[in-house]
Design a protein around this ligand. Structure first.
Ligand SMILES: Cc1cc2nc3c(=O)[nH]c(=O)nc-3n(C[C@H](O)[C@H](O)[C@H](O)COP(=O)(O)OP(=O)(O)OC[C@H]3O[C@@H](n4cnc5c(N)ncnc54)[C@H](O)[C@@H]3O)c2cc1C
Length: 491
């Protein structure tokens, strides 16, 4: 039986692992954290579950290829409830609230009524979001061409109403490609961006269960430290436990920066990786977070995703003092009776994210200042909710736990006017090593990571086929999981 080692149990690694196990390979996934999921993870604090990842999942609508992929991986399926969010996000502004409703006609009407002078530009935005949501390749190409050179900031500044300017730049930030905003919103319009009940930990658990039930092996709390090569082939993976896992194929499903700086000599790194890293138009992308426990009754205005104002001097400059709030009132199991978790996020890019890799004393001061500013903003927006801080985390936390370069987790920021570059998923000079990662295609995210993992596994299965009797669904070594395994991940 042929052996594959997958490094990293994030979405990309678990997808590759499931596909290879289905194909009859003996697969071991090595993961440095205490459980699977990578960024698709959760942890508990003071009796609350903190869900790190899913704000929305593309591919929840039946009928698409992505939906079929999710079902085949156990991400979605019969018995997995879907929760429909009524809007993409809602901004709290001096004028009141403005909402990017899933119902695009309603959103368009409300925004046009707020600023009749901007009705034409608003119509253009919603017309193109609907066209993109139609799924027609021609419509999508037309929309992409129309918006290719426009940033969120360009579009927001073209509006005469200052509240609308803030509203449109509230979620992704001003430097991001406006097409990215249209694409993200179009998934809501199309009913293709729901939430799997149980959130990120539920998805990670189901995938791990599926992998283990196929006979896959998951080794956690172990860090790969090197890939041994001989004669242009990877022969083994070394770990920090001093073990060597011999194998016929390796799939590196960790951040490619880790692969090409810590697991392999840097000369194997594809030129594209350095090029994208050096390009000032594509800075790295990470974020700051704080989590609060809110007491009952939960303010209805804080449900789902809201963007509120805070002290611009105390919050990162990129956000202009805005803070994205994500509530988990739709997941009652995530908090003790009578409480709800509310998470606050500020996206950071480039130098602002790098600034969190500083001496400990400075780090602590900055983190406390951020938490206080976030707490203040939440208290002001929702005065009767008595928020209490339960956790805070930064790019440095992400780096500590996933090893991802500078704490990034979704690849690079996608600017306007750039055809997103790609990373090769094969390593030149090492015939049996593949790369699977959300970093391989911009803008990253769970679908990108899963597709990358599926491609890497397909490459193995096609280029290195097993004897017929070993391949396919009837593989005899398949084991059944006796009971579901639960993984609680420390932050
Ligand atoms: C706050 C936040 C919100 C997000 N929201 C969404 C969303 O709403 N929708 C969406 O689609 N995406 C979202 N994402 C993005 C999504 O989480 C990522 O794109 C996806 O999880 C990336 O998967 P991956 O497998 O490529 O990488 P990772 O999840 O980073 O997995 C890599 C794995 O490799 C492990 N590893 C690294 N080095 C080693 C080593 N040396 N040895 C062993 N293991 C190693 C890491 O611990 C990690 O588990 C969000 C991410 C974050 C952080």
């Amino acid at each position: 039986m042929k052996k594959a080692i997958v490094i990293g149990a994030g979405m990309a690694g678990m997808t590759a692992g499931i596909r290879l196990a289905e194909g009859g390979w003996d697969v071991t996934v090595l993961e440095r954290q205490a459980g699977p999921g990578g960024n698709l993870r959760a942890w508990t604090r003071k009796g609350h579950v903190i869900d790190n990842c899913i704000h929305w999942l593309n591919g929840t609508r039946e009928g698409s290829r992505l939906h079929a992929l999710w079902r085949s991986l156990g991400v979605l399926g019969d018995g997995v409830g879907l929760i429909r969010q009524p809007f993409f996000y809602r901004s709290h502004l001096p004028c009141g609230t403005l909402t990017m409703w899933r119902d695009s006609a309603r959103a368009e009407a409300e925004l046009s009524e707020k600023s009749p002078g901007d009705a034409r530009a608003i119509r253009r935005f919603f017309r193109d979001a609907r066209a993109y949501a139609s799924g027609s390749p021609l419509a999508r190409a037309t929309v992409a061409l129309r918006w290719f050179k426009t940033s969120v900031g360009d579009f927001a500044d073209s509006l005469s109403d200052p509240d609308l300017t803030t509203f449109f730049s509230d979620y992704l930030g001003r430097e991001y490609a406006a097409l990215g905003l249209i694409v993200a919103y179009s998934a809501f319009i199309a009913g293709d961006a729901d939430l799997p009940a149980g959130g990120s930990p539920g998805v990670a658990e189901r995938m791990a269960e599926r992998f283990l039930s196929l006979g896959g092996k998951l080794v956690t709390s172990v860090r790969a430290t090197g890939i041994v090569t001989k004669g242009g082939r990877a022969t083994a993976v070394l770990t920090d436990r001093g073990e060597g896992y011999e194998c016929d194929r390796v799939i590196a499903a960790c951040d490619p920066h880790v692969t090409f700086s810590r697991l392999l000599p840097p000369e194997y790194a594809p030129a594209a990786l350095g090029r994208i890293d050096r390009d000032p138009r594509t800075p790295h992308f990470s974020s700051l977070h704080a989590a609060f426990s809110l007491t009952s009754p939960f303010p209805p205005g804080a449900a789902w995703t809201n963007v509120i104002g805070g002290d611009p001097a105390a919050l990162p400059t990129r956000t202009g003092g805005r803070l994205i709030l994500r509530s988990f009132s739709h997941e009652p199991g995530f908090s003790p009776e009578g409480k709800t978790v509310l998470q606050a996020t500020c996206f950071l890019s480039g130098e602002e994210a790098d600034g969190w890799f500083c001496p400990e004393a400075e780090y602590k001061i900055k983190k406390d200042a951020f938490v206080l500013a976030a707490l203040d903003a939440v208290k002001t927006a929702f005065p009767y909710s008595s928020p209490a801080v339960i956790d805070a985390w930064t790019p440095a936390t992400y780096e500590r736990f996933t090893g991802a370069d500078r704490g990034d987790y979704i690849g690079w920021l996608v600017p306007a006017g750039l055809i997103p570059p790609r990373l090769p998923e094969r390593v030149r000079g090492i015939a049996n090593l593949s790369i699977a990662s959300g970093w391989c295609r911009m803008p990253g995210g769970l679908p990108t990571a899963a597709r990358s993992g599926a491609r890497a596994a397909a490459d193995v299965l096609l280029s290195d086929p097993l004897p017929r009797r070993f391949s396919g669904a009837s593989f005899p070594g398949r084991k059944k999981l006796k009971k579901s395994q639960k993984f609680d991940l420390p932050s």
